[in-house]
Design a protein around this ligand. Structure first.
Ligand code: SF4
Length: 377
């Protein structure tokens, strides 16, 4: 029987996009001239790491960036992964996509790869809002992409954002109601965060618009209500699934399982023989260096000792509505979580669901999850 300690995922970073969105601080570039060289380096890194880490893979996540822009490189990527790692037959293989690049070529290449889950960056179905946040697609393109994807893959999800400049409740209602009419299995909903270095951050600094945090929080509550009405169950602070079709990759990261990140800026988390000290490794974020070193650029490594591991485990697991699996925590760290935290748990009891097997934040208190988590640590 599979146990928690068998969970092992691969994250593959594909850092190219059609253009840079106004709110985005992800590691991505609109100049695609280096793509061929990047994939050569990425495949070299995959071969190298496959020799170092002999683990069975039960989920693969192609993230970005915009992986759907790189369909031409999927065959070489698939060969590199399947030559280097043993991938379980029923592995979840997810790919992120954006509407403008959901082409025949992408769908065929993703199917040939074995992709069984696609996550589409929709963000909004309002054309003025899409333009305002610098997305290259419009509503029509997003709807066409959703129709094509839901016909081609067993599991399709969409990402949306709330709290966008000049957004109204009606925009959120319309976007979510329309999305709920598609046979989607998954929805990720994020509140806009103004990240330093982005175009929207600079605009907000100049006073072009102001972000009202209470309004964003209220709109997030509205989104949760609409998603619940549409059959989506919240399973993580920002993630919702129908029929329990959660994202296995993301869930295993929140459950503090091991994963190997491959590609530019990708991070990995690997425990030592299933325990501690664990290592978190981060690949270089310098594209030229990554390519020149053909995937051999030395990553930075952080050692995570037992006590730090306990805090990270709690911080990540408490993001899930399932919360902390008490037995897994006890097996991983030794000791007994319920007695270790007895005093804090009784103080925080009104905000938590507590049983012999789990500790979870009640979803109605997710909006103050950061302070609940820091009080518990
Ligand atoms: S498509 Fe995604 S990764 Fe690319 S620029 Fe926009 S938000 Fe960033």
């Amino acid at each position: 029987m599979r146990s928690y300690f068998d969970d092992f995922s691969l994250y593959i970073h594909i850092p190219y996009c059609a253009s840079k969105c106004a709110y985005c601080d992800f590691l991505s570039f609109s100049d695609r001239s280096t793509m061929r060289a990047y994939f050569d380096a990425l495949c070299a890194e995959i071969h190298l790491r496959g020799k170092e880490v002999a683990r069975k893979v039960n989920s693969i996540y192609l993230g970005g960036g915009t992986p759907s822009l790189a369909a031409a490189y999927f065959p070489m990527l698939k060969d590199a992964i399947f030559d280097s790692f043993e991938v379980e037959k029923d592995a979840e293989i997810s790919a992120e996509a954006n509407p403008e690049s959901v082409s025949d070529a992408f769908i065929e290449a993703a199917q040939a790869f074995g992709v069984n889950r696609v996550s589409l960056g929709v963000q909004s179905l309002s054309d003025p809002l899409l333009k305002r946040i610098g997305r290259v697609h419009d509503r029509k393109t997003a709807l066409a992409a959703l129709s094509r994807l839901t016909n081609a893959f067993p599991s399709v999800g969409a990402d949306i954002m709330v709290g966008l400049p000049s957004e109204s409740d009606a925009d959120v209602r319309e976007t979510i109601k329309t999305l709920c009419d598609f046979p989607l299995t998954h929805l990720s909903c994020y509140g806009l965060i103004l990240e330093k270095g982005t175009k929207l951050y600079a605009e907000a600094k100049k006073g072009v618009f102001t972000q009202d945090e209470d309004e964003t929080a209220n709109r997030y509550d509205l989104a949760c209500e609409l998603l619940a009405n549409g059959g989506f169950e919240r399973y993580e602070i920002s993630n919702f699934a129908r029929d329990k079709k959660v994202c296995r990759y993301n869930t295993s990261v929140w459950q503090y399982a091991d994963y190997l990140g491959l590609g530019l800026g990708a991070s990995s988390f690997l425990k030592k023989d299933g325990g501690f000290p664990a290592r978190r490794r981060k690949n270089t974020r310098d594209l030229n260096r990554y390519i020149e070193c053909a995937g051999k650029a030395r990553p930075t490594t952080q050692i995570i000792e037992h006590e730090e591991g306990k805090e990270e485990f709690l911080m990540l697991s408490l993001r899930l509505t399932e919360g902390v699996d008490v037995l897994t925590y006890n097996a991983l760290f030794g000791g007994n979580l319920l007695s270790e935290k007895q005093e804090k748990l009784s103080r925080l009891a009104p905000f938590l669901e507590i049983s012999d097997r789990k500790i979870a934040i009640k979803p109605e208190y997710f909006y103050v999850s950061n302070s609940i988590i820091s009080d518990l640590l």
